[in-house]
Write a protein that binds this ligand. Structure first.
Ligand code: ADP
Ligand code: ASP
Ligand code: MG
Length: 449
């Protein structure tokens, strides 16, 4: 079995919906097709929720009406059969009524998650109707019936497997199962989600529990690039990358993949193929276990980083001291990204600052605390263990005029990361692109200069 995930742009318009049907038709075998919400819809749903939290009912209603208009325009051009069109109208009417029903006082967090789930529920229903109209066999299955997270937000793999396999086995003749990315149920059985960009994660979780032959991520670019194409010109698609390298890049800001989406595939050794919906003939990027080694494969950047320095005059490196510091973060459910130590100070970074005040207060018991905001982690991924002579000098030679706040190297063989001011991020990514990569030709791999 294969998993095919299509992102927001891939289902963002009538034309694109039809392209997706074409790709599904051309793919042989049994597939689980995971869809995101149409592009921009989850942002709109987030905006509506934010307005409802503020009791700004007038603007919330306007946004709901605009969304309804967009959907109605899509279905008018998507379907030609009157029966299918009238089913689509009913679907959209119910959807619109649901959103309007939240215009009331006392909007809750649970209701916000119900709203956030609607984008994927609508896109998958429309896609299933389109498959039906085009006489393609398909079966719509609700992710809410099998995708389950525990109270820490982690997927409950055994439950997901058991529930999903039961659904699949009930439909032995179906070739095309359609389901929603991103959405799930939590431990209280409420509707929840896997965080923004979570459809990639849905795809790899499904791939893992069904032991898929391959997980395909269909998006709006011809594979993973060597650098962030939103900020750097002359990036290029990389033909292959290892699970470890891809996991580092995804975690450290390569938006093309959800931060956690590589781990389930890596654990089961299921290749992930990143493809372009708008250029299916391009080979894309294969993420797998058996890559030829390249010193520097790609670069990514993660924003909204806060650095915390704990400066102590005594005891810092005494055993047990770091444990006490880590316990503060554990107690406050805040993950640490980077860490560096010296004899008198420890610096670490976090990206979730919800509990920063409590953390700072508790850390004050250990020394002086300095906090820096608006930082970005730059992550360089590659096979940095092999013959690593010259790699660090090549990297930092590019950055002679840039202030670097922290450096982390040696934590894994696949990642060197450092911290800079976010205002320097674009310059840093471009300097590294110029200094470290020399395209051999337009689409093939690059070498370290
Ligand atoms: P989808 O909606 O299909 O999930 P996303 O917008 O989440 O698509 O991810 C694709 C986008 O990720 C690309 O259009 C590109 O702008 C951005 N991106 C960031 N880093 C990279 C990278 N290293 N390689 C390719 N795309 C990247
Ligand atoms: N629709 C969700 C989002 O925009 C999930 C996804 O697209 O992966 O974040
Ligand atoms: Mg995405």
């Amino acid at each position: 079995m294969l998993v095919l995930k299509f992102g927001g742009t891939s289902v963002g318009s009538v034309e694109n919906f039809k392209k997706v049907v074409g790709i599904v038709k051309n793919t042989v075998g049994t597939k689980i097709i995971v869809l995101s919400a149409m592009s921009g819809v989850t942002n709109t749903l987030q905006k509506i929720s934010n307005l409802l939290v503020l009791n700004n009912f007038k603007e919330a209603k306007q946004e709901i009406e605009l969304l309804d208009k967009r959907y109605n325009n899509v279905i008018k051009n998507l379907f030609s059969s009157n029966t299918i069109l009238s089913r689509a109208y009913t679907l959209l009417k119910n959807h619109n009524n649901l959103l309007l029903s939240f215009i009331k006082n006392g909007f809750s967090e649970i209701e916000e998650k119900v709203i956030m789930a609607q984008g994927e529920l609508v896109s998958t229903n429309l896609f299933q109707l389109l498959m039906e109209e085009m006489d393609e066999d398909s079966c719509l299955i609700s992710a809410l019936d099998f995708m389950k997270i525990d109270k820490c937000g982690d997927p409950q793999m055994d439950t997901i497997k058991e529930k999903l396999l039961k659904i699949i086995n009930k439909n032995p003749k179906t070739n095309n199962f359609i389901t929603q990315g991103f959405i799930c149920k939590n431990e209280k059985n409420e509707i929840d989600n896997l965080k923004r960009g979570g459809s990639d994660y849905t795809a790899s979780l499904i791939g893992s529990v069904i032991d898929a032959k391959q997980i395909q991520i269909w998006t709006d670019i011809d594979g993973m690039h060597n650098n962030d194409p939103r900020f750097v010109d002359h990036t290029f698609s990389i033909d292959e990358i290892s699970f470890d390298e891809a996991a580092e890049l995804a975690y450290f800001g390569a938006k093309i993949l959800h931060p956690q989406s590589i781990i389930p595939a890596k654990e089961k050794n299921i290749p992930v193929l990143v493809k372009n919906t708008f250029k299916p003939e391009a080979s894309g990027t294969l993420i797998h276990n058996n890559t030829r080694s390249i010193k520097i494969r790609a670069i990514a950047a993660k924003d909204s980083i806060t650095a915390i320095k704990i400066k102590s005059y005594r005891m810092l490196m005494a055993y047990g001291f770091l444990k006490k510091i880590f316990e503060v973060f554990e107690k406050n459910e805040t993950a640490i990204d980077m860490i560096t130590t010296s004899e008198v100070a420890v610096s670490l970074t976090i990206d979730n600052t919800k509990k920063i005040d409590k953390i700072t207060e508790e850390l004050k018991g250990f020394g002086n605390i300095e906090i820096d905001n608006d930082l970005s982690i730059i992550c360089i991924a590659g096979d940095l263990a092999q013959n690593n002579k010259g790699i660090t000098s090549a990297i930092f030679n590019c950055l002679k005029d840039i202030s670097i706040r922290m450096i982390s190297y040696g934590g894994s063989n696949y990642n060197l990361s450092f911290l800079v001011k976010t205002s320097d991020k674009i310059a840093v990514l471009n300097l590294l692109n110029k200094g470290l990569f020399k395209p051999i030709n337009k689409i093939k791999n690059s070498i370290l200069v």
